[in-house]
Design a protein around this ligand. Structure first.
Ligand code: UDP
Length: 243
């Protein structure tokens, strides 16, 4: 693996989208289960107060910047990240490559019905993609053995876990070693996007780095979460200054 930088204690691989896809496909041919996390500024701020979450991210096998905020933060330091590598796009690019292979995927997360709807939409979008199962993300400790058993039986090469952070990353770290899976990715609300329940910003907004602004217009209740971005950048600037 290549070089890593730290943004407020959270590591990031200095890697492009193209290299990310190659790396994950390489992981899928390996013998052990690798974890892929996609932190954004909110997650980094949470990790400052949640030591367990911080350690889980530090032990991630591949850590890529989901938000443009992380890329901007990295530019304040000596080793900038080359580009945003959004979790959603990473998964779409992987599906595009996987559809012509025997690699399989399992969807775990989102509200009841959503993962299944997402699976149907992705099968139609990527004919040949092998989705071997799905389960919603509102399960209890008692439901867990049955889910683990299904994953053990279907043995997906790729397990997408969309339970919201930090639960999805902690869940991956807790089960990674026992699962007959090659790669687990924490995907946040991606199943909502794949199912069509939540629309992504037009490409124009994504290209100019203003996807967050589009999401704010669509879901004004997000403003509270977004207020964390300036606070995050202030902490990063302060940390860099102290070096
Ligand atoms: N979720 C879940 N189980 C839970 C809580 C949340 O499966 O106990 C799902 C939720 O339905 C949504 C995702 O986790 O699909 C979190 O989405 P959000 O947009 O908040 O995450 P982000 O992509 O911003 O990290």
């Amino acid at each position: 693996m290549g070089k890593r930088i730290s943004v407020l204690g959270v590591p990031f691989d200095i890697i492009t989208m193209e290299q990310t896809i190659e790396q994950i496909l390489t992981f899928m041919q390996g013998n052990e289960c690798k974890s892929v996390y996609t932190p954004n500024p909110e997650m980094i701020m949470t990790a400052r107060e949640d030591q367990e979450f911080a350690e889980v991210l530090q032990n991630g096998d591949l850590v890529i910047p989901d938000g443009i905020g992380v890329v901007i933060a990295s530019r304040l330091g000596k080793n900038p990240l080359p580009e945003r590598v959004a979790g959603y796009d990473t998964v779409q690019n992987l599906f595009q490559r996987m559809k012509d292979t025997s690699f399989t995927v399992y969807f775990l997360g989102a509200a009841p019905g959503i993962a299944e709807e997402a699976a149907q939409k992705m099968k139609a979008k990527y004919p040949g993609l092998q989705i071997v199962g799905w389960h919603h993300g509102y399960f209890t400790k008692e439901d867990e053995p049955a889910i683990l058993q299904e994953i053990n039986e279907t043995k997906p090469d790729l397990l997408l876990v969309g339970l919201g952070f930090p639960r999805q990353e902690k869940w991956i770290a807790a089960h990674q070693k026992q699962l007959p899976v090659k790669v687990c990715i924490g995907v946040g609300g991606s199943f909502d996007g794949m199912s069509g329940k939540v629309k992504r910003a037009p490409v124009f907004f994504q290209k100019i780095g203003l996807e967050w602004f589009y999401r704010l217009l669509r879901q004004p209740t997000r403003w509270r979460r977004m207020l964390q971005l300036p606070v995050f950048l202030w902490h990063v600037a302060k940390e860099n200054h102290g070096r």
